[in-house]
Design a protein around this ligand. Structure first.
Ligand SMILES: [Mn+2]
Length: 424
C-alpha cells in the first residue's frame, strides 16, 4: 500500500490549528525548542524486519492479518511507517529469515521508500531446515570445531548479504550458554567464542562495525556466554576498534542500572548501538517507553551528555534499532508507538539544563539535581515531535492517520487475512 502525500497533507491541515497552539506553548516553555526540533528531524530509528508480523509467545501465535509475506512487503511496511513519521528511515534485516534473492532490486526498492539498510543480524540460535549440524549446545562456543566453523561461515555469509545491500554493521547475538551447572567449562566456552568472533571480525570490510549483544539469561538458564555488558566489553576490547557492545534494554537482570552501563560504555568508546524495547519482568520485548518511561529518559540523558562530551553525531554515530515483538497489538501501530516513545525520551533529554545540572552536582545539591532531571522528564514535548514530523513531510499524528486511512484493513485486502511473516 502506497501512502499518497496529499492524504498526509489533508490530514495535517485539519489538525494544524490545534498543533500550532500546542507548539507555541511548548516553544515558550522550552528554551532550546528549535534546536530540539531539528535534532528530532535528523534522528532515525531502524525497524527490524522481524517485528513487522505478530510474534509468538511460547504457547502460540495469533496473526492479525495482512502481515508481509516477503521481504519486498516488509520493506513496503517500513516505507509506510517512514512516510507517516519520517523517523523510521532504515530497516535491520535478519538472516536467514530475510535473505534477499535479488539484492540490487531490494536495494532499489528500499531507496524508493527513502530507506537504508542498518545492521544485518546473524542467527545461530536456531537450526535451519537445510543445516548440517545442530546448535543445540551452542554455536560459536561449541565444543565441536565443525559446529563453530558452520556458525562462523553463516556470519560471514550474513556480512556478504549486508555488503550487497549497503549495510555497514553486523549484530551478533548468541544464545550460547548452559542450562545446568557443570555442563560447560566457562573459560573454554569464552576462548572458543573469542576465536570464532575473531574470524568473523577479520571477514568484515574496513568500514564495518561489529555489534556484540549480551543477554543475562534465556534460552539458556544457568549461564550465558555473553551474559552482561562486562563480558561483551571484554570480547570487543580484544577484537579491535571495529567491535562494539550493543545494549538491548530487555537483556538485563531486574533493576539493573542501564543508564550507568550506557554512560560507561560510551566513555570507553565501546557503545555501538541500541535495541529499544521495554519490559516488566524479563525480556518482554514490549513497546519502548510503555513500562518504564523514566528509565528510558535517564538512558537518553546519559546518551546525550556522553555523546556531546565526545563530540559525536547523535543521529549517525550509534546504531538505533528497535527489537520488539507483538503478541496482542497491530505490529505497525506498535512500532509507531515505540518510535514516538523513543522520540519523547530523546527530546526530554535534550531539554535538560546541562549547565545548571553540572553546577548543582559540583556542590552536591542533590535536591536540585533531582529537580532538574524530573523537570525535563515532566515536560510535554509532544508538540516538538509533531512539528519535526510536519517539517519532514510526515503526519502530525501518525497513529491517527494510520487508523483513519484504515491501513490495516487495506493490507488485509491486499495480502489476505491468513498471512504470516517470517520471524519468531
Ligand atoms: Mn536484541
Amino acid at each position: 500500500m502506497q501512502l499518497e502525500k496529499y492524504k498526509i497533507q489533508q490530514y495535517n491541515d485539519d489538525q494544524l490549528k490545534g498543533h500550532e497552539r500546542r507548539l507555541s506553548f511548548a516553544v515558550s516553555e522550552i528554551e532550546n525548542a528549535e534546536a530540539i526540533i531539528q535534532k528530532l528531524v535528523d534522528f532515525q530509528i531502524a525497524i527490524p524486519s522481524w517485528a513487522l508480523g505478530t510474534g509468538g509467545t511460547r504457547f502460540g501465535r495469533f496473526p492479525g492479518g495482512g502481515e508481509p509475506r516477503s521481504l519486498e512487503e516488509k520493506i513496503e511496511d517500513v516505507g509506510l511507517l517512514h512516510s507517516l513519521n519520517q523517523s523510521s528511515g532504515a530497516i535491520s534485516l535478519h538472516i536467514p529469515w530475510d535473505i534477499p534473492k535479488d539484492a540490487k532490486a531490494i536495494k532499489a526498492l528500499a531507496a524508493q521508500y527513502g530507506l537504508k539498510f542498518d545492521a544485518v543480524n546473524s542467527n545461530t540460535f536456531q537450526d535451519q531446515p537445510d543445516q548440517a549440524l545442530t546448535y543445540k549446545f551452542g554455536s560459536l562456543q561449541n565444543v565441536d570445531k565443525a559446529i563453530r566453523k558452520q556458525a562462523i561461515e553463516h556470519n560471514i555469509e550474513v556480512i556478504k548479504h549486508g555488503v550487497e545491500l549497503g549495510s555497514e554493521s553486523l549484530t551478533v547475538w548468541l544464545s550460547d550458554g548452559s542450562c545446568f551447572p557443570g555442563q560447560l567449562n566457562f573459560r573454554k566456552a569464552y576462548q572458543n567464542t573469542l576465536e570464532s568472533l575473531q574470524e568473523i571480525y577479520a571477514a568484515m570490510p574496513e568500514n564495518w562495525k561489529m555489534f556484540l549483544e549480551y543477554k543475562a539469561y534465556e534460552p539458556n538458564f544457568y549461564s550465558t556466554t555473553v551474559g552482561d555488558w562486562g563480558q561483551s566489553y571484554s570480547y570487543v576490547q580484544k577484537l579491535g576498534e571495529k567491535a562494539f557492545t550493543l545494549v538491548d534494554l530487555g537483556h538485563h537482570l531486574p533493576n539493573a542500572n542501564i543508564e550507568q552501563i550506557v554512560a560507561l560504555l560510551l566513555m570507553e568508546g565501546k557503545l555501538g548501538g541500541f535495541h529499544f524495547n521495554d519490559s516488566k519482568y524479563g525480556d518482554d520485548d514490549l513497546t519502548a517507553g510503555a513500562m518504564k518511561p523514566y528509565q528510558l529518559f535517564l538512558i537518553f540523558n546519559e546518551l546525550v551528555e556522553g555523546m556531546d562530551a565526545r563530540g559525536m553525531n547523535h543521529a549517525t554515530d550509534l546504531g538505533w534499532m528497535i527489537d520488539a515483538s507483538h503478541n496482542v497489538k497491530d505490529p505497525l501501530e506498535d512500532l509507531l508507538q515505540s518510535v514516538e516513545g523513543i522520540m519523547m525520551s530523546y527530546a526530554q533529554a535534550l531539554s535538560v539544563d546541562r549547565k545548571a545540572l553540572e553546577e548543582a552536582q559540583a556542590i552536591n545539591d542533590v535536591v536540585r539535581c533531582q529537580e532538574i532531571l524530573q523537570n525535563a522528564f515532566r515536560t510535554d514535548v509532544r508538540a516538538l515531535a509533531a512539528e519535526a514530523r510536519l517539517r519532514a513531510g510526515g503526519a502530525l499524528n501518525p497513529l491517527g492517520l494510520f487508523r483513519s486511512l484504515k491501513v490495516r484493513e487495506n493490507l488485509i485486502a491486499e495480502r489476505g487475512l491468513k498471512t504470516i511473516a517470517t520471524g519468531l
